[in-house]
Design a binder for this molecule. Sequence first.
Ligand code: UGA
Length: 432
Amino acid sequence: MKLCMIGTGYVGLVSGVCFSDLGNDVICVDHDKKKVEKLKRGIIPIYEPGLEELVLKNYTNKRLKFSTDLKDSISNSDIIFICVGTPSKKNGNGADLSQIYNVAKEIRGSISKFKIIITKSTVPVTTGDEIEKIISQKVSKKLFSVVSNPEFLREGEAIRDFIYPDRVIIGTMDKKSNNVLKNLYSPLISKGTKYVNTSRRAAELIKYASNAFLATKITFINELANLCEKIDVNIEDISIGMGLDKRIGGRFLRAGPAYGGSCFPKDTKAIINTADKFKTNLSVIKSVIKSNDNRSSLLLKRVFNILNGNVKNKKICFLGVTFKANTDDMRDSASLSMIPSLVKKGAIVNYFDPTGEKYDLKKLKNVNFSKNINSAIRDANLIIIHTEWNDFKSINFKKEVKSKNFIIFDMRNIYSHTKMKELKIKYFGVGH
Ligand code: UGA
């Protein structure tokens, strides 16, 4: 099939490359000329394991193309995926849909035969209705169909999540479009992926509801971790014990720092905004947002307690600063609020991240980037394991850390308490 992905950000690029790998002809179009030129030379703008290889493979075999010509790309495609950003509005109230609507206006100028127009970007309920309205001002409704097909890709696992999704959600009441899309996804369906056809509005809401539920699950276990710390119970036991109940499930029950990234913080706020518009109180999600906003200051308090209130001139090492492992993304990472607070109190922070030095931390006084793990931890009084990269999972702290009585605060619980006790290392985890 001939597909056009509008927007070569995370969603557009990963989905476009994977669709081409499934045998489709895909044009990824973006108005950013420099980005497109780089992509043509195999330079990938984001860090995503496996993506570069897949781009090179499909670009070389000519199933994947990159272009800045939107009109031409639309004319030459049957299915158009809108994959532009829907960031939070500057005033924090809901999603900024200006890019989506601008694209809808551009699309309507290039339709001369039937096109399926799909929103893959995360868009609030009724956005599809609005896109349909915009396009139908200039184009007959017989010539297009607007469908919602939300993505459920995790950064760092995006290719795997595309190829082996739990489900594909298609929001349309148009039988013809549904059949075409079922066919497009048939290589995944034949491997066991569930295909769910809903109304367009339902598909839009499924995306927000899923992210909000996952954020709730994490927040639930994070709050229980706070209780566990006070009653000498290990949160890991609770996660395992609860997670084995199939109605609950063990995934996304790992206690840690505040959840971050480009999706959960933005989407939880956006669903509240939608509910407000329809005069509905989503009180559970509201309290999840509040609890998560509080989490970094709670963990900072714990850092102060661990250091007996003595933070001034303490050398604190952060292992990993991104919002989670296997990504270079700093958006809404808990480290962005914790590190400045610690240096404000007089700490000296050294950090190492496998994806390199971070622009957001460069401007901070007394915050330094170390080129490797060993130099980052060497002189540390306190080592904070902030993300769960494999690189951090078997460090010989006894050998590498030179400071006396150093302490480890493992915010991802990747080490065993018992082993640390045997090694006589002062070790704290989250939730025990
Ligand atoms: C999330 C969803 O998981 C994807 O399904 C969705 O497609 C994506 O948002 C999106 O809307 O585009 P992502 O933001 O890449 O994906 O990252 P996650 O792996 O979901 O992690 C989000 C945050 O939750 C991270 O800060 C992570 O450290 C935290 N987390 C996750 C926990 O603290 N505990 C867990 O058990 C799981």
